[in-house]
Structures are given as C-alpha cells and as structure tokens.
Design a protein around this ligand. Structure first.
Ligand SMILES: C[S@@+](CC[C@H](N)C(=O)[O-])C[C@H]1O[C@@H](n2cnc3c(N)ncnc32)[C@H](O)[C@@H]1O
Length: 285
C-alpha cells in the first residue's frame, strides 16, 4: 500500500510536470488555440498562479503551476472542478452510464442541479457540456441552462488519463466560486495573474456573455481595470485578454498592448470562424 502510494506520487509528479493536460470541457472563449502565441507572452518566472475567470482553464492546464488560485462565477463549473479533484473515478463511472440521445438529454437538462449530489451535479455538467449544441454553456436570466441538444451520435465524455492528470494538478489549487475581484485578496508580489473576462463587445450582437445569469457589463470591465491596477501596485505580473475595441485600448493605454490573431471556434456561422484580432494586455515586457 505504502509502495503503491509512493509509486503513484512519483508517477503523477512526473505526469504533472512532463505531460501536458488538455482542458476537460469545451468553453466559449477558451484559449486552447491561442497557447502557441500566448506562451511567448507569459512571464518567464513567477511564484503562485491565479486565474479568476477560469472557464476551461486552458492556460492553467498548459502552465501546470505548483500552486494556484482558481476562481469562476459559474457555480456548476466550480463544482465540476472540485469533483474532478476529489472524486475523479466516481465522476467517470457515473457519466459513462449516460446515454447520448435527445430524450435523455432533456431529462438531464431539466434536473435541478441544487437537488443533486456534488458528483451527480458534476456528471450533469460534463454531460451537457459535451452533448449540447456547439458545446456551449449558456444560461438564461434565471440561471437555467437553456442550450438545445447537439444531435451528436457519439460523444467522448472524457479521456481517462487526461482527467486523472487534471485531478492531480487540481490538488495544488485553491478553487473558489466567487467574483473575480476576490483575486486581489490572494495575489502577492511575484505572482502571475491571468485575466480572461467575457470580452467587451465589438458590436451590439457580437460576443457571448451569458456564462452566468448576470452577464458582464461595461461596469464589470471597469472593475477589471481597477483589479489590473491594484495587482500592478502589489507587484504581480498581470496579463489580460480582451477584444480589439477602442474602449479597451483607451482604458489600458498605459500598459503593453499586443495584437494576436484568434480563430473563433464556438460559433455556428461560418463567417464567425474567421481569424480576428484580439488584444493581450500586460504590465510587463
Ligand atoms: C472568456 S471565459 C474564460 C475562458 C478561459 N480562459 C478558457 O480558456 O476557457 C470567461 C469566464 O469568466 C467567468 N465569469 C463571468 N463573470 C465573472 C465574474 N464576475 N467573476 C468571475 N468569473 C466570471 C465565466 O463563467 C467564464 O468561465
């Protein structure tokens, strides 16, 4: 038993440092496809890592930091990561019993997550994430998930080894269901904070914001700016992603602004998939 524990520790230490981890879910605005560009923009060295708009955690799983604070306002998402960390085997076992068909999908969608156990709730989240139309997690103003069935024939809910590696990595993290401003209580000098809020809209209809029932307003973007400044004063490395909009450019004009080309993937319309310019804003070179 003890030998197995040591072996497991050695194995997972190796895995978490050497082998990359893919995000476990699809997420609007996920940064997986930008990592090749982003990796040149991250600070070379830092202490703790903070990601207060976690989503699919593409940057967290790419960096695999030894210590991290992860925050998101989406309660289902946070419960999912807690269960991946604490009960990965039970989660995989349960979701594997779920059927990919329309009737079953709507049965699961109708369940009230607050009346489920933590593991059932995480399995529902993972199932809906993988079988909903376009992999979108969208809620209405009452917080009710409202995406239709995606009509997929076959769905892979998880990659077992990848999920187990994610589970081990999450053991190094404090995971919080909270507003992003909470990060200012945790981040210290020398830490790296990556901010990836819902983007400021370039037009009235563009940009998806309904990850949570509250959406994300102009006032919220001004709060992000305040947090960016506070963290800068504390001596943290701060990196922010946002849209290439005049409002964001003006707001962050005192910082280092880099343009990057991004492909939009969670968008059903072909014209929405063209490369577009987005901004990365940093308080360091
Ligand atoms: C653009 S996504 C982040 C994507 C992430 N970087 C990835 O790679 O998947 C924005 C995230 O912010 C979260 N969010 C929205 N409002 C928030 C708030 N006030 N505080 C914290 N998180 C919030 C959403 O639930 C969503 O997961």
């Amino acid at each position: 038993m003890v030998i197995w524990r040591i072996l497991k520790l050695m194995l997972f230490t190796e895995l978490t440092t050497e082998i990359s981890i893919k995000p476990l879910i699809k997420w609007a605005g996920g940064k997986r496809n930008l990592l090749k560009i982003y990796k040149k923009l991250f600070p070379k060295k830092f202490n703790r890592y903070h990601e207060p708009f976690l989503g699919s955690g593409a940057v967290f799983f790419f960096l695999r930091p030894k210590k991290a604070v992860l925050i998101d306002k989406n309660e289902e998402l946070i419960n999912f990561y807690e269960v991946v960390r604490d009960h990965p085997l039970e989660l995989m076992e349960l979701v594997s019993t779920y059927k990919v068909d329309k009737d079953f999908y709507y049965q699961i969608r109708e369940l009230d997550p607050k009346k489920l156990s933590k593991i059932e709730r995480a399995a529902r989240f993972l199932y809906l994430n993988k079988t909903a139309y376009n992999g979108l997690w969208r809620v209405n103003s009452k917080g009710k998930f409202n995406v239709p069935f995606g009509r997929y024939k076959k769905v892979k809910f998880f990659d077992r080894e990848n999920l187990l590696r994610a589970s081990e990595l999450l053991k190094n993290a404090v995971i919080l269901h909270s507003d992003f401003e909470e990060v200012t209580k945790y981040a210290q000098k020398g830490d790296f904070v990556y901010l990836d809020p819902p983007y400021y809209p370039i037009s009235e209809t563009s940009n998806f914001r309904n990850y949570t029932s509250k959406g994300f307003s102009k006032e919220d973007h001004l709060r992000v700016y305040k947090v960016f400044r506070t963290l800068t004063e504390k001596g943290c490395y701060v990196m922010l992603s946002n849209s290439n909009s005049p409002f964001i450019r003006e707001l962050f004009k005192d910082f280092v602004i880099t343009e990057v080309f991004a492909n939009r993937f969670i968008n059903s319309k072909a014209e929405g998939r063209k490369p577009i310019i987005e901004l990365v804003i940093r308080n360091y070179e």
